[in-house]
Design a protein around this ligand. Structure first.
Ligand code: HEM
Length: 547
């Protein structure tokens, strides 16, 4: 009789010890979080984190990135603590070492699945792995080489559009309008083998699919609160009931998102089925298609037919990736290109040197090979420096699915003066990936980290940068993220920027106008004239270059 009682007491004691240790671990974790420095918050109810996400959040984001150390505490509503992480070792833990623990927030995944279908930015674990396995090879350098002629054809048409405007005497041109048009057409032809816009110099073609994709981002920003509820809403009743509820919900932005999602799905399905038919009809039919079968979806379709059963993607997943690719490729690259042109207009000496490099190499003719174009040193340095200083995607969130610890490369001095070398993060803590904080970290990049200096890429980078375990997939930068969920299209984007710049900068000159340009925080940053205008635009004085 005594033995079971001893055993029972023993188990109870162990349970109590486990509970006490767990509680003290959590108390310690919350103490460390509270002790991490961060910007002041005037309201316990609202916190200060919304300042990071609002349209005019540029100054706040810079303050967070530069002034409190490589890990920063932000305040969410009702006293919730949020961590901004720019420390290289901590980022390495989140993005690489414990990638399976630090996942995207559930509302992000669920709502992406609703909008696009089961695609890369809506899946986790094995499904994401299988999708990546099929898609990654399609973005290889080898395929980029084959795609270059398609890119050149599109960009030379763009040159004609801009030339017509300049000849008409339209000296001030909204360069964002044409970087947007060319980005959409390049992902159309290079990504889907489909033309959105023939880039006619007379008029801008309207395309329902293209328009739908362009209106998605602003509409999504407007239903952010509803988006947070999607993990619960998708569990309510059968599919037909949820669809009816969405149809009847009186919110214009939600109706826009629904319309965009339906249009994308329908158009992607049509294009996909046309491709399948052409593929079944043999090489000649494929060659007659836009992109002549060299586009990403044609390559993927061929690879999928020969893949093993376990690797194969179902058709619904292939179709979902099509809409995602167009969405992910367009605003990111077009806004970055606009930023590069603005920087070149601000630094006319660098613009002249770039033009010299391009003309000397014959890059204006479209005859340069992929490898020679990629190797042009100043062109490369300008792209890298702009992507470093102005990452267009700074709203990147992760949430640990279990308790974890983030070791730091650089200890942080706590508010009470103690030295913090590791940050315990309880399950569910919201984490903002400090893209800008890492890209402009002064202890890595030097005191001039906030200056746009392409020449820093023309000599070896500081040793501190090379030695730091920054987990970025591209050039020690966090701009395209890293690890298993890094941007899959960064080589596509790099080639696009370089082809556009090679042709446009060798043919035209770019100068600032009197108008003040403001950059706005959103899922992808965008420019406007002044601070409060709603229309994304970037006017520059564009003239024909005369040697
Ligand atoms: C300057 C241009 C670009 C930037 C800065 C950029 C940045 C990023 C970032 C930061 C992510 C990670 C998002 C997250 O985890 O939440 C991402 C993912 C992604 N990007 Fe890009 N991107 C660019 C261009 C492109 C292009 C041109 C394409 C397609 C051709 C593309 C396709 C994708 C896809 C499919 C993903 C999801 C990857 C996954 O979850 O496995 N991106 N991009």
């Amino acid at each position: 009789m005594a033995a079971p009682i001893v055993l029972l007491y023993g188990l109870l004691a162990l349970g109590a010890m486990w509970f006490v240790r767990r509680q003290s671990k959590h108390r310690n974790a919350h103490h460390v979080m509270r002790n991490i420095p961060g910007p002041p918050s005037r309201s316990w109810m609202k916190g200060n984190v919304m300042q990071f996400f609002t349209r005019h959040g540029q100054e706040f984001q810079r303050d967070v990135a530069l002034n409190y150390g490589s890990v920063v505490r932000l305040e969410g509503p009702l006293g919730r603590k949020i961590l901004y992480v720019a420390d290289p070792k901590a980022l390495h833990t989140i993005i690489i070492k414990e990638e399976h623990v630090f996942e995207e927030p559930e509302p992000f995944l669920v709502s992406n699945n609703l909008i696009f279908g089961e695609c890369l930015i809506g899946s986790l674990g094995d499904i994401h792995k299988r999708q990546r396995k099929m898609l990654t090879p399609v973005f290889s350098v080898n395929h980029m080489r084959h795609m270059l002629p398609v890119f050149n054809t599109v960009v030379f048409k763009l040159r004609e559009v801009v030339l017509a405007k300049v000849r008409e005497g339209e000296k001030e041109i909204d360069v964002l309008e044409w970087t947007g048009r060319v980005a959409l057409e390049l992902i159309g032809q290079g990504g889907l083998g489909y033309s959105f816009d023939p880039l006619d110099s007379e008029k801008e073609a309207r395309n329902e699919y293209g328009d739908a994709i362009k209106s998605l981002l602003p509409a999504m920003m407007n239903i952010e609160q509803l988006r947070q509820l999607t993990p619960h809403l998708v569990k309510m009743g059968p599919r037909w009931f949820r669809r009816l509820a969405v149809d009847l919900f009186p919110n214009a932005h939600l109706q826009t998102v629904k319309h965009v999602s339906d249009t994308m799905s329908e158009r992607s399905q049509n294009i996909f089925h046309e491709k399948k038919v052409a593929l079944n009809n043999g090489d000649e039919a494929v060659l007659r298609q836009v992109g002549e079968g060299r586009d990403i979806m044609s390559i993927l379709l061929r690879a999928n037919t020969t893949a093993s059963e376990q690797d194969k993607l179902p058709e619904s997943e292939m179709i979902a990736q099509m809409s995602l690719l167009v969405f992910a490729a367009t605003d990111t690259t077009s806004n970055t290109l606009a930023r590069i042109l603005q920087s070149l207009a601000e630094h006319s000496d660098v613009q002249s040197k770039l033009r010299e490099e391009l003309l000397h190499a014959g890059a204006d003719t479209g005859d340069l090979s992929y490898d020679d174009l990629m190797k042009l040193p100043l062109l490369d340095a300008i792209c890298r420096e702009t992507l470093r200083l102005y990452p267009p995607v700074t709203i990147l969130l992760r949430v640990p699915r279990k308790d974890s610890v983030l070791p730091l490369s650089e200890p942080v001095v706590g508010l009470d003066g103690s030295i913090i070398k590791d940050v315990p993060v309880p399950k569910g803590t919201e984490i903002i990936i400090g893209t800008l904080g890492s890209n402009v970290n002064k202890s890595l990049w030097g005191e001039d980290s906030l200056e746009w200096k392409p020449e820093r890429w023309l000599s070896p980078l500081p040793r501190a940068v090379n030695d730091a375990p920054i987990p970025g997939v591209y050039s020690n930068l966090m701009t395209f993220l890293g690890g298993k969920r890094a941007c899959i299209g960064f080589k596509f984007s790099e080639m696009e920027m370089k082809v556009v710049l090679a042709v446009m900068v060798s043919n035209f000159t770019f100068e600032l106008t009197e108008k003040e340009i403001g950059w706005n925080v959103a899922l992808v940053w965008y420019p406007t004239v002044g601070k409060d205008d709603d229309r994304p635009q970037l006017p520059l004085k564009v003239r024909l270059y005369k040697p």
